[in-house]
Design a protein around this ligand. Structure first.
Ligand code: N01
Length: 536
């Protein structure tokens, strides 16, 4: 007789309706659960994976760590005196996020293992109709906390699916694969690759790096945080606050180079060249590793062990893109052929073509993906999109950073979301939608500022740009300015639909039934609420 595996208990069904539905339980989703609950909002966070943590759950490759200093890379409302290193390793950041969920008691608001598969705005009921792998529900407000670094970008290399060895993306590391004593190839020279290369270089038989573009690498100077400092931070939290503020300012000042005066970054180039000279004695390898664009155009990388790892006699840099795969042989664009046992694709993520946009359908029946396909990814204040009422982005278009902590941005966007919800409650609104004119004015301003940034003028192509070359990922300003711009929601930038225009009644089973807007009354109330008298 076969011993039957114990049946997994049926998961609790989802509620039929929630006030705020958040997609994703990374930094953004967890931050939303904590802050919105404090405001008394009803929140449900759906996470498709089996655990919270977002990119810090997915990226488990050896050497994975934050490249922003830990005291800055955490919530302002949840400082962590226990960081063990200047740049915390991945497992500590994931543990920190678990701790935030526990400390702020939001675990019951997060449903893991439930993927949102589609969300459609229903104009008559002024609600989002959401499909998930556990059934359907409706939500007044939909928040994307899905971020941009979650969908691995695989290179379009003919024959890669026929590779006879093991192949995996850096964000899908397989811990069961033992690379020791094997011939291994790494593709890519971004933030992931420069952490993976030094972590495996010593133990593999040979390592070959396919480098399409050399990166600017600066010293990292990571250190263990001494015990006395951790105890001091725990005993006197104010000291850690001051330390964080100083760290914030030293990062913030560098935005001058990225955004206003790119020539300032020449100092970083001098530092990068000196770092390369100090660490690589072979002039040929040095030449291969010297970048050919201006520092800052792509993400500036921090490492003290990347160059030494590539200088090992068992390492090799092929200064060319991986172009074809034949059996166990990798062929570069310049014709170089290398036979390997394992292939690691540190090739980044689908950032400028956000997968979440494909499943969100707005009020005219088009998906967000289709709308953005016309003129690039854009949103009013990085948060809201015309035609998609009651939809808010955390880490939305043009909110990414090249110089500071994304957690700061997430908190800025959370403030905006909270003010939007407050506005809706105070004014009795069922729906709030960015006006086309406000969104266009915002986007024109973003593009005007973007034109002089290093990301546009630095002579590189990067994942900050979309297929048309527009920088739709980064914020072309200081984080202080972004915070100011998202402090309050300006009702003049929105069309507000009053709740009274959508009549909801309860049927005899207790379910809410909704009648559509009452013609005439709705328009009158909209004019009264917006105070603009105009409705586009
Ligand atoms: O990805 P990337 P990543 N042949 O897109 C190359 C965050 N992050 O995962 O430069 C050869 O930067 C491609 O080449 P090129 C952080 O925000 C944070 O490394 O386009 N190469 C590029 O070098 C970071 O910026 C941490 O010419 C090929 C690489 O693949 C973001 O994630 C740690 C190729 C992709 O680099 C993404 O970093 C890790 C080919 N056929 C990541 N195809 C922290 O510490 C592509 N490439 C916080």
């Amino acid at each position: 007789m076969n011993a039957a595996a114990p049946a997994r208990p049926e998961p609790d069904p989802l509620p039929q309706h929630v006030r705020v539905l958040v997609i994703g339980a990374g930094f953004a989703g967890i931050g939303a659960a904590v802050t919105l609950t404090r405001d008394g909002q009803e929140v449900l966070v759906l996470e498709r994976a089996d655990d919270v943590g977002g990119t810090w759950r997915d990226n488990t490759y050896p050497g994975c760590a934050c490249d922003v200093q830990s005291d800055l890379y955490c919530f302002s409302f949840a400082p962590n005196p226990a960081w063990t290193r200047t740049f915390a390793p991945q497992r500590e950041i994931l543990a920190y996020l678990h701790d935030v969920v526990r400390r702020f008691k939001v675990g019951h608001l997060i449903r893991c293992g439930v993927a949102v598969t589609a969300a459609r705005w229903d104009e008559p009921t002024a609600r989002w109709h959401v499909s998930t792998t556990l059934g359907d529900l409706t939500a007044d407000v939909l928040v994307s906390g899905a971020g941009g670094l979650n969908e691995p970008k695989l290179p379009n290399v003919p024959g890669i699916d026929t590779f006879t060895g093991q192949v995996f993306h850096s964000a899908r590391w397989d811990p069961s694969i033992d690379l020791r004593g094997r011939d291994v190839a790494v593709v890519g020279t971004g933030a992931s690759a420069i952490q993976i290369v030094p972590s495996i270089a010593e133990s593999v038989a040979s390592l070959v790096l396919f480098q399409r573009t050399a990166a600017w690498v600066l010293p990292r100077r990571d250190k263990a945080v001494p015990g006395w400092k951790r105890r001091l931070f725990a005993l006197v939290p104010f000291v850690q606050k001051v330390s964080r503020a100083l760290l914030y300012l030293t990062h913030e000042i560098t935005v001058l180079g990225f955004v206003w005066r790119p020539f300032i970054l020449r100092a970083a180039e001098r530092m990068g060249r000196a770092h390369l000279r100090n660490q690589v004695s072979d002039p040929h390898l040095r030449a291969v590793l010297t970048p050919t664009y201006h520092a800052g155009c792509k993400r500036v990388l921090l490492s003290d062990d990347y160059y030494p790892a590539l200088s090992r006699h068992t390492s090799e840099v092929v200064p060319s893109a991986l172009a074809t795969v034949e059996g166990d042989t990798l062929i570069a664009e310049d014709g170089t052929k290398r036979r390997v046992d394992a292939l690691i694709l540190a090739t980044g993520f689908e950032v400028s073509d956000l997968p979440v946009a494909r499943m969100i359908t707005g009020k005219d029946g088009r998906t967000l993906h289709d709308v953005w396909a016309v003129d690039g990814m854009q949103a009013l204040r990085g948060s809201t999109v015309h035609g998609f009422p009651n939809l808010f982005f955390l880490v939305g278009p043009n909110t990414g950073l090249g110089h500071s902590s994304m957690v700061h941005v997430i908190e800025s966007q959370l403030a905006y979301l909270r003010d939007a919800l407050r506005t809706m409650d105070e004014r009795g609104c069922a729906a709030i939608e960015a006006t086309d004119s406000a969104q266009q004015a915002w986007n024109a301003d973003v593009r005007r500022h973007m034109a002089r940034t290093i990301w546009t003028t630095g002579g590189c192509s990067s994942w900050y740009q979309d297929a048309a070359g527009r920088v739709t990922v980064l914020w072309p300003g200081s984080t202080l300015r972004l915070r100011r711009e998202t402090r309050r929601l300006d009702p003049a930038e929105y069309t507000l639909t009053p709740a009274a225009a959508v009549t909801r009644r309860t049927d005899r089973h207790g379910s809410e039934q909704v009648d559509g807007p009452i013609d005439g009354l709705a328009d009158g109330l909209v004019d009264g609420l917006t105070g603009t008298g105009a409705r586009p």
